[in-house]
Design a protein around this ligand. Structure first.
Ligand code: PHE
Length: 448
């Protein structure tokens, strides 16, 4: 079914929305703790390689699928590869997006709670241990977890129901650069802490002894999560791009900015971790334990803390809006639901998942698989299984199934083809990405 689509008014609008989706908790909460658990520098190296050899090519593939058809993932695949069951990949992507929403909303709830703590001045005059307790108290209280998670979800879906997300994106276009500047200030502050060099050494010194296969898998998953890949999200955004923009320039800009924000988050966190004598392997709680201590030692920390959590909340909201939109658009365009019904259905389903995740730290803590509670499990499955599968699908489709002329036309800029870019993309999506991702799956399933 073809629907009239309104493109982004400007190239900047398109980039801002795409960066808004990519930059979020993945960069600021997830990247530091993943790097912390996997030895720092070696993880960063694999992550950067992964962005260059897999991330950007898969992003370009999703852009090509979206812009050449101006349709959602399923419709696009039916147009590009007619008569085959390839369109079923869309179901994997949508399941992945819902799984991601399940745990992501819980972390957004944490950010909201921390914003409140910042406003009420909760962070001042406590010891590092007490910051640890603050977080533990939150996750161990089922009501607090549900309250903050649901509150954030309500904001997300009310924004979508009111159709004001364009407004949110416009505000975010101002907030995101502010977040960037604030991160720079926090990096400078961290670098001035006593013993900061130990943190930098941890983040930039390449030592493979702490990485292992497990860390490589995590670096792959993190790159896909951070760039919003393998979920049809970039397909959807690109379906709104106008035909004149250069896809490669957009892909490199988005991936570059996204990685820069992740690395800045690392520079903000690790010097503080070492300076305050905390553990880089702390896991998902890392950022929530360190940041209050950082703000407490800063001049004007009260204001910085409020500003930071507020900006992070907006960055998270643009990501959850784009994640929700994947399922919503699919329901509207493929199942002919009204927008309101599609939003309600997505909200109900993600509320069930997020509720279970919020309770997995307390009431349901005994529901574990391989030592992971439901939150950890969904977090792991989303990036290391669904996103990689979705990304593999997009790479194989562009590498092997669609007409090469479509690729050439989409990569051309102002009628000018770029053979080097075409070669880079084809080699990566035909060989590098599929081989790397299949190796990862063999490793995950214990075959190698
Ligand atoms: N990339 C977002 C982040 O880093 C998460 C996300 C994944 C958003 C997939 C949309 C789609 O936080």
């Amino acid at each position: 079914m073809s629907h009239k689509r309104i493109g982004f008014a400007t190239r900047l609008g398109a980039i801002a929305a795409t960066v808004g989706s990519a930059v979020g908790l993945g960069n600021i909460w997830r990247f530091p703790y993943e790097a912390g658990q996997n030895g720092g520098g070696a993880f960063l190296l694999v992550y950067v390689l992964c962005v260059l050899l897999l991330g950007i090519p898969v992003m370009l593939s999703e852009f090509i699928i979206g812009r050449s058809t101006h349709q959602n993932m399923k419709g696009a695949l039916q147009t590009l590869v007619p008569g085959k069951k390839v369109y079923r990949l869309a179901y994997i992507c949508i399941t992945g997006a819902l799984v991601t929403l399940g745990f992501y909303f819980v972390v957004c709830g944490w950010v909201l709670q921390y914003l409140c703590h910042a406003v009420t001045g909760e962070f001042s005059g406590q010891t590092s241990q007490e910051y640890g307790l603050l977080f533990t108290r939150l996750i161990e209280s089922p009501w607090a977890m549900l309250l903050w998670t649901w509150l954030f979800m309500a904001v997300n879906f009310v924004v979508m129901l009111q159709g004001v997300q364009k407004g949110i994106e416009r505000i975010a276009a101002i907030m995101m650069p502010m977040l960037f500047v604030l991160l720079a200030v926090l990096c400078a502050n961290s670098l001035l802490l006593p013993g900061a060099h130990k943190g930098l050494q941890f983040l930039f010194n390449i030592d493979f002894s702490h990485l292992g296969w497990h860390g490589v898998v995590d670096a792959f998953g993190q790159a896909f999560m951070s760039l919003s890949l393998g979920m049809a999200c970039m397909v959807t955004y690109a379906s709104y791009f106008n035909d004149e923009t250069s896809l490669s320039r957009d892909a490199f800009t988005v991936a570059g900015l996204d990685s820069l924000v992740a690395i800045m988050a690392g520079v903000m966190i690790f010097p503080a971790v070492f300076s305050f004598g905390m553990q880089p392997e702390a896991g998902p709680k890392l950022v929530f334990e360190i940041l209050p201590a950082v703000f407490q030692q800063m001049t004007g920390g009260y204001i910085w803390a409020i500003l930071f959590f507020l900006l992070l909340l907006f960055a998270s909201l643009t990501s959850t809006i784009s994640l929700s939109e994947i399922a919503i658009k699919f329901l509207i365009e493929e199942h002919n639901l009204s927008r309101k019904k599609a939003i309600i259905l997505t909200a109900v389903f993600s509320t069930i998942l997020a509720t279970l995740c919020a309770l997995s730290f307390n009431v349901l803590r005994h529901w574990t698989v391989y030592n992971m509670n439901l939150f950890d499990l969904l977090n792991y499955l989303a990036s290391n299984v669904f996103m990689l599968l979705g990304g593999l699908g997009a790479a194989l489709i562009v590498g092997w199934l669609i007409d090469i002329k479509v690729i050439q036309r989409q990569l051309a800029h102002k009628g000018q083809r770029s053979p080097r870019l075409e070669r880079y993309l084809i080699v990566c999506v035909r060989y590098v990405a599929p081989i790397a991702i299949v190796l990862i799956f063999l490793q995950l399933t214990g075959v190698i």
